[in-house]
Design a protein around this ligand. Structure first.
Ligand SMILES: NC(=O)c1ccc[n+]([C@@H]2O[C@H](COP(=O)([O-])OP(=O)(O)OC[C@H]3O[C@@H](n4cnc5c(N)ncnc54)[C@H](O)[C@@H]3O)[C@@H](O)[C@H]2O)c1
Length: 293
């Protein structure tokens, strides 16, 4: 049965399940880091809403998640004993995101946490990249984060509590050749987070970014990226690209696990992080040691 939108503050958290009574929305929740964040927040007591595009895009040359992936995340959350709303939603569409958030608020009464995680990697030279490839990167990674923030912010402001985490990248703090839209979109998320953090600070809503290094998901484990990193090989493997991936970090690891990013998400969603807002938390195996700021 639908619940009325509720203006009262969420209940005080208990220590065993610090997010009990909260509702967390994770975009791009069908697989990879999004699934890890959704399951991780459910383990901390939150009810979960996940959405994903659930189909491939012509301009993205590696497979995206499918509806079965979304169902699998829902199943995993169910085994933890939390409720989960899921939907196929394209974060590039503000009206679709607004409709989903309205549905979640109707079902659960609130949206307290947003992890704006959905993203794509589009590769290409500035000399040849088409408008479509540029747009899919910017529209998904930057406008998609705006759309999700735009949809949840009025609800968080009304309840005077919220946690928004935008997933940027170490490429939002540095750069690499051949991925101009990705780099621009990830720098953009950090600017967006800092502006919205100031606007929502009076309402006990924190807004932060996480900048992961290489994370072991389908976004990096695909032929397109392997070939970019090892153009000298016809069919490079994970072992072939590992040294180049390691070189992007300072610690000697080619990639980190999604759960290591989830730990940072959980921290930013905790009561202990209530005075951290407008910040960027690097989870990048030391790549941040090379950044200037
Ligand atoms: N993997 C990495 O090395 C890495 C590093 C830094 C940051 N990131 C960022 O982390 C986030 C998660 O990526 P991941 O590593 O889990 O990769 P992933 O490809 O496994 O997950 C991304 C998810 O977003 C979904 N998605 C794509 N376009 C969408 C759209 N228009 N609407 C809704 N959902 C959409 C995909 O279907 C997929 O399920 C992304 O924002 C990515 O840019 C990844």
């Amino acid at each position: 049965m639908d619940k009325e939108a509720d203006d009262s503050p969420p209940p005080v958290a208990d220590l065993a399940l610090p997010l009990a009574g909260r509702v967390a929305l994770v975009t791009g929740g069908a697989r990879g880091q999004g699934r890890s964040h959704a399951v991780g927040l459910a383990r901390l007591g939150a009810d979960i809403a996940i959405c994903d595009l659930g189909r491939n895009l012509q301009t993205v040359s590696y497979p995206l998640a499918n509806p079965a992936d979304l169902d699998e995340t829902t199943r995993q959350i169910g085994t933890i004993g939390r409720r989960c709303e899921s939907a196929l939603v394209d974060v590039r569409s503000l009206s679709d995101v607004l409709t989903f958030v309205d549905r979640v608020v109707g079902e659960f009464g609130s949206v307290d946490i947003l992890v704006a995680n959905a993203g794509v990697s589009t590769l290409g030279s500035i000399c040849t990249m088409g408008a479509e490839e540029w747009s899919v990167g910017i529209d998904t990674n930057l406008t998609g984060v705006f759309n999700a923030m735009r949809a949840v912010s009025p609800h968080m402001r009304r309840r005077r509590w919220g946690r928004i985490v935008g997933i940027s990248s170490m490429m939002g703090r540095s750069s690499n050749p051949g991925i101009p839209a990705y780099v621009a979109s990830k720098w953009g998320i950090i600017g967006l987070v800092k502006s919205v953090a100031q606007e929502l600070a009076p309402f006990e809503v924190t807004v932060n970014a996480i900048a992961p290094g290489n994370v072991s998901t389908d976004m990096i484990h695909n032929d397109q990226l392997y070939r970019l990193m090892r153009p000298d090989l016809a069919a490079p493997t994970a072992d072939d690209v590992a040294p180049a991936m390691t070189a992007l970090h300072v610690q000697s690891v080619p990639w980190i696990e999604p759960e290591e990013v989830t730990a940072a998400v959980a921290f930013l969603c905790s009561d202990g992080a209530r005075h951290i807002t407008g910040a960027v938390l690097d989870v990048s195996a030391g790549a941040s040691a090379r950044f200037t700021g």
